[in-house]
Design a binder for this molecule. Structure first.
Ligand SMILES: [Zn+2]
Length: 107
C-alpha cells in the first residue's frame, strides 16, 4: 500500500481515543443525570446536556477519523492507477490488465 500506514495507524489511534473520551463523557453525563437533586436540577441539567453534546461530537469526530483512514486508503488506491471497468462483470481492473481478475474474460 502506498498510503503511509504509520500515519494511518496514528490517525486510527487518535480516532479510537476520541471515541473512548466521547463515550465516557456521554455515559458519565447519563449516570450523573440519575443523581440530580431537585434543587439544582436546571443548572445541572444544562451542564450535563453540554457534556452529552460535547461527548457526542468528540465520538463523532473519532468515528469520522477512523472512517477516513478506511476510505482514504481505498481512494488513494484508485487514484494511484487508472482503472477500467470490465464490460462483462463490471469489476474495476487496472489499465494494463489483459484479462479481468474477477471473471477471467478478456478485456
Ligand atoms: Zn470481469
Amino acid at each position: 500500500m502506498r498510503f503511509n500506514s504509520k500515519y494511518k495507524t496514528i490517525v486510527r489511534l487518535i480516532g479510537a481515543s476520541l471515541i473512548i473520551i466521547g463515550m465516557t463523557l456521554v455515559i458519565t453525563s447519563h449516570l450523573e443525570s440519575l443523581n440530580i437533586r431537585p434543587e439544582n436540577l436546571y443548572d445541572k441539567a444544562q451542564e450535563l446536556m453540554i457534556q452529552f453534546l460535547v461527548g457526542s461530537i468528540i465520538a463523532a469526530v473519532g468515528t469520522a477519523l477512523i472512517g477516513f483512514t478506511l476510505t482514504g486508503s481505498k481512494y488513494h488506491e484508485t487514484k494511484g492507477s487508472i482503472k477500467i471497468r470490465c464490460p462483462h462483470c463490471g469489476y474495476l481492473e487496472s489499465e494494463d490488465a489483459l484479462f479481468c481478475s474477477r471473471c477471467g474474460r478478456r478485456l
